[in-house]
Design a protein around this ligand. Structure first.
Ligand code: ACO
Length: 339
């Protein structure tokens, strides 16, 4: 019997403040910029997104998502011995958002009279929109080698903080949110629920097509701390590498695309998702789509979409599910699992 890691619970969180495309039309008009619901929907499929209020950080959204995932898994926080947070919008330069989250989870549990989670490993993963795929890959590996038994794997983002609202080509695309899963060790012969294959990649020569080029030095922000993107270059690269990663995990697990019950892709843009589905000859009714309501929430988008699909009764136990993501770096990857 080999050790696998399996998802035993999912959770997600969205800020209460919801902005429709019509709200963005007004917001940008006040800055002398023109956009329209038609342009945004036709180019991206996005109709609404959520933004945090001042003072709310990635760890606050992650806290809600994790507590929902722990409840769904029936897992006490004290069992958790690993927390991996994928984020490009951390609470601080350091410590990690994962360490901050561990403390917030513990405080919340203690307030309910339950035990906290202290002493287990906690760290962040930075792979932009592929972050959750990277985080799941790392947590799966740590469980397989016996370093951890039960992990919280989280995507949490407050992208509204790094958008340039004077750049209509990018600020209409993104939103804030968090998604989390409880990942736990289980033993079987390869036929049970669990992560069957992972595949992650990066190619740093594409840094410039999607980045936040600013940094912090000498007590000041140096450079521009807002998101820059060459949308067409990203689009062209994304569809190709997503197909490669999808085919790689299928091959590793000895499966075909036609075996998939669900594809849960990174929610960047409906046209990228349609392009990937076409290449895999997968009908769109087997693709989980939430980009219309959330926009692109970067590392949070895949676990957010997964949680919504699980809670809506779409993704069920025993089904074959592929998660896949692509993002700044350029980074990309996929995870194939039996729910
Ligand atoms: N409202 C109205 N008009 C706009 C807007 C807007 N918000 N933004 C740009 N335009 C205009 C442009 O100025 C341009 O006008 P012009 O022809 O007069 O110069 C016109 O629309 C077309 O602009 P393009 O940039 O060529 O538009 P394109 O069809 O490429 O769509 C988009 C842009 C949606 C960003 C597209 O390139 C895309 O989907 N790229 C993929 C990138 C993506 O999804 N990134 C998400 C983050 S990356 C990730 O998660 C992997």
């Amino acid at each position: 019997m080999a050790i696998y890691s399996r998802i035993s619970g999912t959770g997600s969180a969205l800020p209460a403040r919801r902005l429709t495309n019509a709200d963005l039309v007004h917001l940008l008009a006040a800055r002398g910029l023109e956009t329209s619901d038609e342009w945004i929907v036709e180019r991206t499929g996005i109709r609404a997104r959520h933004f945090v209020d001042d003072g709310v950080n990635a760890s606050d959204l992650a806290l809600q998502a994790c507590e929902a995932a722990l409840t769904a898994a029936g897992c006490p926080l004290s069992d958790i011995d690993l927390i991996v947070v994928a984020t490009s919008t951390p609470d601080m330069v350091f410590p990690s958002t994962a360490a901050i989250l561990q403390h917030k989870l513990t405080q919340s549990a203690l307030a309910r009279g339950e035990a906290g989670a202290t002493g287990g490993a906690a760290f962040d993963v930075q792979a932009v929109c592929s972050g959750f795929i990277y985080a799941l890959t790392v947590a799966d590996a740590l469980i397989k080698v016996g370093t951890a038994r039960k992990a919280l794997v989280v995507g949490a983002e407050v992208f509204s903080r790094i958008l340039d609202f004077n750049d209509r080509t990018t600020c209409v695309l993104f939103g804030d949110g968090s998604g989390a899963v409880v990942l736990e060790a289980c033993e079987h012969d390869g036929t049970g629920a669990g992560i069957l294959a992972t595949d992650v990649h990066a190619d740093g020569k594409h840094t410039g097509i999607l980045c936040v080029p600013g940094t912090v030095s000498g007590g000041q922000v140096l450079g521009d701390p807002t998101l820059k993107m060459d949308g067409q270059a990203v689009f062209k690269l994304a569809v190709g590498v997503l197909e490669d990663a999808a085919r790689a995990v299928l091959a590793k697990a000895g499966k075909a695309a036609s075996d998939l019950d669900w594809l849960v892709p990174h929610q960047a843009n409906i046209r990228i998702m349609q392009g990937t589905a076409r290449k895999l000859r997968l009908p769109m009714d087997r693709v989980v789509v939430t980009v219309d309501q959330h926009g692109n929430t970067s590392a949070a988008s895949i676990p957010l979409a997964l949680d919504q699909a699980v809670r809506a009764g779409q993704v069920k136990s025993g089904q074959l599910v592929m998660l896949e993501g692509v993002g700044g770096g350029f980074t990309w990857g996929a995870v194939l699992l039996r729910k």
